[in-house]
Design a binder for this molecule. Structure first.
Ligand code: ADP
Ligand code: MG
Length: 693
């Protein structure tokens, strides 16, 4: 086995602390540090020196280009590479100026903007985000940046995420001051658990649906799915393990602490979780991680699928967003330590409950997408209804407040195997709940609704904003109080009682929950078309504006873009499905029907004894199904031709186009089961899910 080069090889592709210390003067280094760590305004005078150091560092590692690396309102990141090489009087030179570092001007006309940038006016700007370190990807120095329109509206995900973090910092510092525990800075931390599928490249390339849409649009289920429950945490296959090790090494070189990895529930499904960090960085890292997961897979002739539901009938992939609040000294504010009844802890929890209850709609909407709609509510992921799981310990405190039950602190007995050779081990104060969309897991909340492909920024912009708003209101109410602690207790208890309906400590997959949730007045927004319009509500606009995260114009534009993207995604899927059915399935089945009839006819001619009806019966059945299939595919195409992909059409895509696709798919899958396996034009679910050894 090759000797590991860790920890020296960690972060070698990042312009991190060690490189900065080496290449920057002390003055510039500390000035930049104050901006990054304490949120002090950036001193523009240091830009030329930082740019020069970055350039030197990158060139010493073989870089030839630089780019501002940003996150437009698509699922992906964007980059426009520019060469360091420039002509000069004295001959060619390598240059990165302070201005190059601070601002970029990519042509913005082809990014989603929904009218925030007139189509004729193409200018957009990218502005350096010094709080996320630059890194070297292949031969290009990538400088994380915010993307804005000519008129200053954010056109990306990072801008509002940074603003939401600032709002939370402002609000929470006021609360901490009230408790006599002030701090310089509060940040939110995020650890996203990333699920994915890994399949063989050769099989993948034969599936137009996977290539174009990331999911299978047809395919009869494999005879073995996930029912044996033996894939979860199962021993890793050699090819998968080699991929995971290669990926870990790659991620470590980018300063990403890839930490735990294992097989997930569905065949060919896996998970990777990095160690949590400050949200802005966690979001950048996750974006880079998703890109590297796919690039590394290609090196192994594998394909990493990040779609939320690539295969019907087995689990889809999510991205659990573990979220907490931390001070600059590293104290986790959602860790009750030994005192779950501490007034500060309970006030923070009560505010978060209030935020989730009041803004359930936009929290759900923040993770809405055509892909994720297929996952939520399918007995594998939380339902589309938001609720909060508090766990045993906090749940008992909640009951004591809301139901007046006496709170009995529980100290679970230590665990033991029951044989003297095995160790005694501590047991957590709270069991887990895998079915809750928003679960307290002892010292953080786990938001389990986001889909695998979703940008971490989307849900966290909403979470930070609504939490900041609840904290600000608590501060408004309590700042003038002379007798602070009793007032705080009263305020906390009132919040718990007022928002009790959002707490649900039981099985979120259970059939009764949707009924019960309805009685409680909770929203059940099944599709993106139902969910995204929640952003248009007055209360939603107000909370974003009040917290300085998005203007009304920015918010409306984003919601419109999300709806339009939904329509376009479903349209591409529907077109692809119709095309596969018309041009591949239909002719294949026609060929088989002909063969069946020819066989039947031959048999009759040659032997009286062979002339049974089985070929004819099957040919008749398939022929009628094939006719229906062709007609269905043509009708679907005609429907699409009448359907614009504008925000208002989302409803039609959800209620008409998708159900039509489902009907066609069931028909095609039934036909697949009746046709010879070597003749079917697309690799089967068995080949897709079981060919990696
Ligand atoms: P699970 O048992 O929930 O699958 P994992 O170990 O897979 O747990 O993932 C838990 C994630 O939560 C990790 O990414 C971890 O770093 C993250 N996490 C732990 N503490 C915090 C925290 N204080 N803030 C945010 N994320 C956290
Ligand atoms: Mg996990």
């Amino acid at each position: 086995m090759e000797k590991s080069r860790l920890p020296e090889s960690f972060g070698t592709n990042v312009f991190g602390d060690a490189a900065m210390r080496e290449l920057l003067t002390e003055e510039v280094y500390f000035s930049l540090k104050r901006t990054v760590e304490e949120g002090e305004p950036l001193d523009p005078a240091i830009a030329p020196a930082v740019a020069n150091a970055m350039k030197k560092w990158a060139i010493s590692k073989g870089a030839t280009h630089f780019t501002h690396w940003f996150q437009p309102l698509t699922d992906l990141t964007a980059e426009k590479h520019e060469a360091f090489l420039c002509p000069a009087k004295e001959g060619p030179i390598l240059r990165l100026t302070g201005k190059d570092l601070i601002v970029g001007e990519p042509d913005a006309s082809s990014f989603p903007s929904d009218g925030m940038r007139r189509t004729c006016a193409a200018r957009g700007y990218t502005a350096w985000d010094p709080t996320s370190p630059a890194f070297l990807k292949e031969k290009t120095l990538c400088i994380p940046a915010v993307f804005l329109s000519y008129t200053g509206e954010t056109l990306d995900k990072k801008g509002p995420l940074l603003r939401s973090a600032a709002a939370l910092d402002r609000a929470l510092k006021r609360i901490l001051k009230l408790f006599g525990t002030p701090c310089r800075r509060v940040v939110t931390t995020v650890g996203p658990e990333q699920e994915y599928f890994l399949i063989d490249e050769e099989v993948y390339l034969k599936r137009r649906d996977l290539l174009l849409t990331g999911r299978t649009l047809l395919g009869a289920p494999a005879l073995r799915g996930q029912e044996l429950e033996d894939h979860y945490f199962g021993a890793l296959k050699s090819r998968v393990l080699e991929y995971m090790h290669d990926l870990d090494e790659t991620l470590w070189s980018y300063g990403i602490y890839a930490h735990s990895e294992h097989n997930e529930v569905a065949p060919a499904q896996h998970e990777l979780a990095p160690v949590f960090t400050v949200t802005n960085l966690a979001s950048d890292n996750n974006q880079l991680m998703m890109e590297l997961m796919q690039k590394v897979a290609a090196r192994h002739r594998l394909v990493c699928l990040l779609h939320e539901k690539p295969f019907a009938g087995i689990n889809g992939s999510g991205k659990h967003n573990n979220w907490s609040l931390s001070t600059d000294t590293g104290e986790n504010l959602l860790d009750p330590a030994d005192d779950p009844q501490s007034p500060r802890f309970l006030l923070l929890i009560a505010c978060i409950l209030a935020a989730v209850d009041e803004h359930q709609g936009i929290l759900r909407a923040s993770v809405a997408s055509a892909g994720n709609d297929r996952r939520l509510g399918g007995d594998e992921a939380p339902p589309a209804i938001l609720s909060v799981y508090l766990g045993d310990q906090l749940g008992a405190i909640f009951d004591s407040i809301v139901l007046g039950r006496e709170y009995m602190p529980q100290n679970p007995a230590p665990g033991s195997v029951g044989v003297p050779e095995s160790p005694i081990f501590p047991i957590d104060a709270t069991d887990r709940n895998r079915t809750s969309p928003f679960a307290f897991t002892g010292n953080k909340f786990e938001f389990r609704m986001p889909g695998a492909k979703c940008s971490v920024a989307d849900p966290n912009i909403v979470l930070n904003t609504i939490a900041a708003d609840a904290f600000s209101r608590a501060a408004d109410a309590l700042e003038g109080e002379k007798d602070f602690l009793p007032a705080c207790k009263k305020y906390t208890e009132e919040l718990f009682k007022k928002h009790a309906r959002i707490v649900f400590n039981y099985n979120g997959y259970g059939p009764d929950w949707a009924e019960e949730a309805k009685k409680r007045g909770l929203l059940n927004l099944r599709t993106t078309a139902d969910a995204v319009p929640q952003f248009f509500r007055r209360e939603s606009v107000d909370v974003f504006v009040r917290q300085g995260v998005l203007t009304e114009k920015e918010l409306i534009a984003r919601a419109d873009i999300a709806l339009e993207k939904y329509c376009k995604t479903v349209r591409i899927e529907a077109l692809t499905l119709a095309d596969m059915l018309r041009r591949d399935v239909f002719p294949t089945v026609e060929g088989y029907v002909r063969e069946l009839l020819e066989t039947a006819s031959l048999k009759r001619q040659i032997s009286e004894n062979c002339a049974d009806m089985c070929e004819i019966l099957l040919a008749e059945e398939l022929s009628s199904m094939n006719g229906e299939l062709l007609k269905g595919a043509e009708e679907l195409e005609a429907l699409l031709a009448r359907c614009p992909t504008e925000p208002a059409a989302a409803e039609t895509f959800a209620k008409t186009v998708l159900p039509a696709m489902e009907r066609l798919r069931s028909l095609a899958d039934a036909m697949e089961r009746r046709c010879p396996s070597d003749r079917w034009p697309f690799p089967s679910y068995t080949a897709l899910l079981y060919s990696v050894r």
